[in-house]
Each structure stands twice: as C-alpha cells, then as structure tokens.
Design a protein around this ligand. Structure first.
Ligand code: SF4
Ligand code: SF4
Ligand code: SF4
Length: 384
C-alpha cells in the first residue's frame, strides 16, 4: 500500500454527501455486501457485478460507516494496537514481525475426512469446523460461500445441513458477496446462533456492527466468525483465464495450460511460484505473462492495495493454507478455541504443533500484503 493509495481512499470520505457508490466507483469495493444490510431505506442494490446506490438514498451515511474500505475508521488507534500485538514476540519469536494479531492458540491442522480434503483448497479445516459446529449443535446455521457458475464471484448461502458443506468446499480465498445475507439472518426466526465464514474485511465489518446498536438484533445471533486468510493478492488459474479472455487471446491458444516457471511441490499456493505464466499458442509459440500484470487486470478489485489485514484480526478463528493438504488454524477467542478443541476431540480434524511448521506462508503473504510497503504504512500511522 502506498501513501498515495491511502490518501486517495481517505479523500473519498471528505465529502459528506458521498455514499458507498464512490467506494465502488473507485474500485476499492470488495463486494462484501455489508452496506446492503446497513441501508435503512434499501437504496443499495447488487446488480452483478455492480454496487448501485439508487435514488431512494437519503444520504444518512450508514453505508459508509459500516464499509470496511472506509479507511478513516479502519486506521483507528484501536486497530493499530491490535496489529502490533506484543504477545507474538513472546510466544512465537519467529513470527514476531508478522501482523498476525492476538490469539489464544495456533495449530497446523487438516480435516480427518479424505472426502473433505479432496474437495477443499488446503486441509479442509474450515469445512470440518463448520461441520462440527452444526453436528454438535454449537450453532443452528452457518453462512458459507457458494460458487457461482464461473467460480469467480462466490455468493453467500445459509444452511443448517452439515451434509451441504462440501458443496462450498474449495472456495477460493477471494472477495465473496455474503454479507447481503445479514438481513435474512436477522429476520429468520429459526436462527438463534450462526457461524459466519468471512474474509478479514468482512470480519472487521461484523466487529463494527457489534459496536453499533443499529445491528443489535443481528449480532445477537452471530455466535462465531471464521475467517479465511485473504488470497485476493494471488492470481489464481481462473484469473489468468479471465485475463486472457478479456484480452481476446484465449482463442489463439492450442491449450490453456499454466506452466509455472518455478514449480514447487510443497506449497499449493505459493506466490513465489507464480512469477510468470507460460502458455502455448496454436502455432506452437510460447506466450509468457507476469503474475503482477494479471493482478492488475480488471478481474480483481483494488481493495488489497489499501487493506492491512491478511489473517482476519477480528474473528474467533482464522484459517489459512499451510503446506500441502494442511491449514494454519488460529484460535483468537475462547469460543474459537472451544470449537477447535471440540473438533479435535470428535476427531473431525487432526492438529500438529504449529511451532514445527514452516511459517513461510504467513511471513510471505504478510509481506506481500503489507510489510513490503511497511515504511509508507508506518509513516501514515505516525501521523494519526
Ligand atoms: S440511505 Fe444512507 S445507507 Fe442508504 S445508500 Fe444512502 S447514505 Fe447509504
Ligand atoms: S466494500 Fe462492502 S460495504 Fe463497502 S461498498 Fe463494497 S459491498 Fe459495500
Ligand atoms: S484484500 Fe482486504 S479488503 Fe480485499 S477482499 Fe481481501 S481482506 Fe477484503
């Protein structure tokens, strides 16, 4: 994140008449859907793939208050203190410089179910924790991401059936429109306790809602927040395909095959491995595209350029990809720890001691998302 990015984002809020339409227009919107729930006059619509504020808007400012991309609130003293968690230095000196936030316990884990592992991105822990929460009656419903047809823009789905969880397995760690379902959760008489799967920005939005009496009815029902480490900075294969389609070159390829320059087997998602993609054209030529170019293409929102949170500071449990077929599992609250322990006890997940696991991914992604631009970030914080 550069100072310029932050300043650009802050300037959005200087005009009191602004709404989330300006967030969307500036491409900082991550399509979380929270503003849709926040609007008292239903003036915000999601018209795939756009957020539209219609003429019913009374300019009350509620949508901007809740939006995670409202950097004026996001860079508050409270958040900065949370990021600079001293506990990490004592417990895990190796990750002292990684902005992991506070936590109670951290593991390396994977689902005990092969069926789950086969359909999930890493170790399947998120699916198994949700399965535990539903089957052991910790919650009576869960909000999960569900793929849309092109697998690019997951939407939220509420379910109470543990057997349906596998359908959302393999969800990418990408912006997901799911918080538009908050109205449904608040008004559904059958839901008393729900577990919500989110991205870091969405967990932050929910945290803001907990502090605002407007959302009392809703937040009373939110029992657990599970956050996936955000992979919005990673070009996935589907992004590459969309990029090539947008450029109109896909038809000229004999096969669409991503060949990575530096293929490694240990990491399934390893940004170092995807520096360049190489494709073969119909006449046998090699076409090479850098991953940074793909990241700049229009298939991704710009939010990662101003977002400091990779792991989800405001959740009960944060889950990320670890080495192949495993997850990093971070229990941040007592409730979160209880669920992980229950899943271990019921043998739905297996865990190993985190300290034995290479922390490369957190380190690398932390750097990728924020630390590489640390200087300008801290310069910004000092002036707050
Ligand atoms: S009415 Fe308020 S919450 Fe709704 S769009 Fe307008 S400013 Fe945003
Ligand atoms: S980031 Fe979320 S709350 Fe903000 S404008 Fe986009 S959908 Fe609305
Ligand atoms: S980069 Fe940040 S704002 Fe964008 S989707 Fe990820 S967590 Fe949300």
């Amino acid at each position: 994140m550069t100072l310029n990015d932050i300043e650009k984002s802050l300037s959005i809020f200087e005009n009191k008449n602004y709404t989330v339409q300006h967030i969307y227009d500036s491409r900082y919107c991550n399509f979380c859907g929270a503003c849709i729930h926040s609007c008292p006059v239903n003036a915000i619509e999601y018209l795939d793939p756009q957020i539209i504020v219609n003429e019913n808007c009374i300019q009350c400012g509620k949508c901007l208050e809740v939006c995670s991309q409202n950097q004026k609130i996001r860079y508050s003293k409270q958040l900065v203190d949370i990021e600079r968690n001293e506990q990490i230095k004592d417990v895990h000196p190796k990750i002292a410089n990684v902005p992991l936030g506070s936590f109670k316990e951290i593991w390396n884990g994977f689902s005990s179910s092969r069926k789950t592992r086969n359909v999930t991105m890493a170790g399947g822990v998120t699916t198994s924790l949700l399965y535990t929460a539903l089957s052991e009656n910790v919650v009576d419903a869960v909000l999960i991401p569900e793929f849309t047809e092109n697998k690019q823009n997951p939407r939220g789905r509420i379910t109470s059936n543990p057997e349906e969880l596998l359908q959302s397995g393999g969800s990418k760690y990408l912006p997901t429109l799911s918080l538009d379902k908050l109205n449904e959760i608040a008004n559904n008489q059958d839901i008393d306790k729900i577990a919500i799967t989110t991205l870091p920005c969405q967990a932050y939005v929910i945290k803001k809602m907990f502090l605002d009496t407007q959302y009392e009815k809703l937040v009373k029902k939110i029992h657990l927040v599970l956050t996936l480490f955000c992979g919005n900075g990673i070009p996935y294969r589907d992004d590459v395909e969309l990029f090539l389609k947008a450029k109109g070159v896909i038809e000229s390829l004999s096969e669409f095959k991503v060949i990575r320059r530096r293929e490694r087997r240990i990491w399934r998602i390893n940004p170092q491995d995807i520096e360049r993609y190489v494709f073969i054209t119909k006449d046998g030529k090699e076409v090479s595209i850098s991953s940074s170019k793909i990241l700049r293409c229009k298939t991704k929102p710009n939010c990662s350029t101003i977002c400091p949170d990779y792991t989800g500071y405001f959740s009960d449990i944060s889950i990320g990809a670890s080495h192949i077929s495993a997850n990093i599992v971070v229990a941040r609250t007592e409730k979160g720890r209880e669920l992980v322990k229950l899943a271990i006890e019921k043998e739905f997940i297996k865990t190993k001691n985190f300290s034995k696991i290479n922390n490369f991914l957190i380190n690398f992604m932390g750097k990728n998302k924020r630390d590489l631009k640390r200087k300008s970030y801290h310069k910004f914080l000092k002036n707050k």
